[in-house]
Design a protein around this ligand. Structure first.
Ligand SMILES: NC(=O)c1ccc[n+]([C@@H]2O[C@H](COP(=O)([O-])OP(=O)(O)OC[C@H]3O[C@@H](n4cnc5c(N)ncnc54)[C@H](OP(=O)(O)O)[C@@H]3O)[C@@H](O)[C@H]2O)c1
Length: 165
């Protein structure tokens, strides 16, 4: 089972502020949907709370030691990432997506083969969640596509695909 991370991060690796996204980038949300649709999405409790509802068309897997296990349909809760991965491997999914936030990305990176990183071209002053640095000796950039600023996007950004060397 292949694991991909899907994330958007500023130049200084900020991904969240006060349990929300630090920006509104509709074309990145469209990209996120394309990169996750049809596959299980694994997220930490804070990200689950910030979404407010299950993402449709995807099994929503929440990692939390404090949440009630009996949740809504299409949502599963596991106390640890490894428990969730064991369950998903047993269901023979070819690929799953880890979708945040900062704490979960840090734990999941070691198991991850591909990172879809939207690099948002700004250096933010304030952040409360962060994406880890991808060490150059372990990761190579295999694809990228730039998106310029327009009336719906205050920052330019670049979709990037990083693969383990
Ligand atoms: N820019 C992006 O692409 C992106 C994507 C997703 C989220 N975000 C942002 O990221 C922020 C949230 O990130 P965060 O770091 O605060 O929280 P998070 O990773 O979403 O959730 C943290 C919680 O999840 C559980 N958890 C996470 N990793 C775990 C592990 N390895 N083992 C066991 N439990 C684990 C724990 O829940 P319990 O305390 O219940 O045990 C922990 O308190 C928000 O601002 C959100 O908007 C940004």
């Amino acid at each position: 089972m292949q694991i991909r991370i899907v994330v958007a991060a500023s130049e200084n690796n900020i991904i969240g502020l006060d349990n929300e996204l630090p920006w509104r980038l509709p074309d990145d949300l469209r990209f996120f949907k394309k990169m996750t649709l049809g596959m299980p999405v694994v997220m930490g409790r804070h990200t689950w709370e910030s979404l407010g509802k299950a993402l449709p068309g995807r099994l929503n897997v929440v990692i939390s030691s404090s949440m009630n296990k009996a949740s809504e349909e299409g949502v599963m809760v596991f106390a640890g990432l490894e428990d969730a991965l064991d369950y998903l491997r047993g269901r023979e999914y070819e690929e799953i997506a880890v979708i945040g936030g900062g704490q979960l990305y840090h734990s999941a990176l070691a198991y991850t083969q591909v990172v879809y990183l939207t690099r948002v071209h700004t250096v933010l002053e304030k952040g409360t969640a962060f994406f880890p640095v991808l060490p150059a000796e372990e990761w190579k950039l295999t694809w990228e596509e730039r998106h310029e600023t327009d009336d719906k996007h205050v920052y330019p950004f670049t979709f990037q695909k990083w693969e383990r060397k």
